[in-house]
Design a protein around this ligand. Sequence first.
Ligand SMILES: Cc1ncc(COP(=O)(O)O)c(C=O)c1O
Length: 436
Amino acid sequence: MSSTKPRPGPRAARRFVDWVTVTLPSVPAAAAYLDHAATTPLSPAAREAFVDELSRTGNPSSLHAAGRAARRTVEEARESVAAALGARPSEVVFTAGGTEADNLAVKGLFWGRRTTDPRRRRIVVSAVEHHAVLDPAFWMAEHAGAEIVLLPVDGDGRVDLAALRAEIAEHADEIALVSVMWANNEVGTLQPVAEVVQLARPHGIPVHSDAVQAVGQVPVDFAASGLDAMTISGHKLGGPVGVGALVARRDAPLTPVLHGGGQERGVRSGTLDAPAIRAFGVAVAETVAQREERAAHVAALRDALVAGVRERVPGAVLSGPEPAPATRLPGNAHFTFPGAEGDSLLYLLDSAGVQASTGSACQAGVPQPSHVLLAMGVPEHDARGALRFSLGATSTPDDVARLLDALPAAVERARAAGLASAPARTAVASRTGGAA
Ligand SMILES: Cc1ncc(COP(=O)(O)O)c(C=O)c1O
């Protein structure tokens, strides 16, 4: 019996091509990719390191030569990540991405701090955190006796330090941790992380910051920040998906969340993914070394994008602070288009070859207004018409030009369609497309 499957004849192949052509939406050949905050391309150097390492065998925990070689690879990557981020190698705990690192920070610091002081039950987080921080915090409230304190933000999405000061004045001895992100993934607002640390640390309160969107865009120095823990993720900075790290001080009270083989100084069990970690090390070093140049490149494109949208689309409102190096990520431009549904805009732009994001989640197939925009005081009706355009190292003036050509008609059509007729609502699965 032949082990090969019968191959389709030319007629069957033609029918398949016809089916694909008719059924799947056509994707314009050269789409303008304006969604680097969701994921950005693997850099050529990271890809080369990744592929090279994939051809090797060896568990970094094995004691034979192959294992020792894999261990060397991992330790070199650890040194490279630490050097780029102002940390010590022993402070880098590799994880399978930003979500896991955020979970480890929130749950691990809560349990760790509470173990030494049972009064500490309060988890203080900004209202605009990514779901990878907010959801573990709420899970801890449901399952582990935590109390959540959401810090309000101003109209630009910047955390209210007076609220944090008041919370600490009243409850310093009951706070298990504070978590405030370095830069917001939706509107790009930079948070006053240094001030948060100054307020919290004198009271023995560990501070975590999700720096997933910040690394490679703004200067990030772990030691200088005074943080206890900081999250980073590979695929937001030119590395692979599924690898990241929690950078954590050696004395940070971190209870492990994953138990098993005791890797990563017992804080995070699981066989280390040497290829992904090596590529991650290359990408972090590269993006930090080229940060200034890249930030200038994307900021210039972002400025053109913002000016162009304001000029061509009446009623478009830039969310977050006016572009400036100290206030917002250089690669982020986020708008609301009152009267239009963000999802409609997204699909209309997509069919014109422009890929962007609404930045917010869907629940049970229904687009939800972003919790970030609502916390900033944007009316719910306007928040539904949100779109994020995010730029990266590979962005070009053509990408911006393509958006500016397509956007006015898309907004006009989406507004005419009204809130009730998002064309692709049926294509949205339950709680997919969450804020990236
Ligand atoms: C601010 C922020 N934190 C955490 C994450 C989650 O990171 P990962 O995709 O590596 O799990 C993301 C990405 O969606 C993010 O933007």
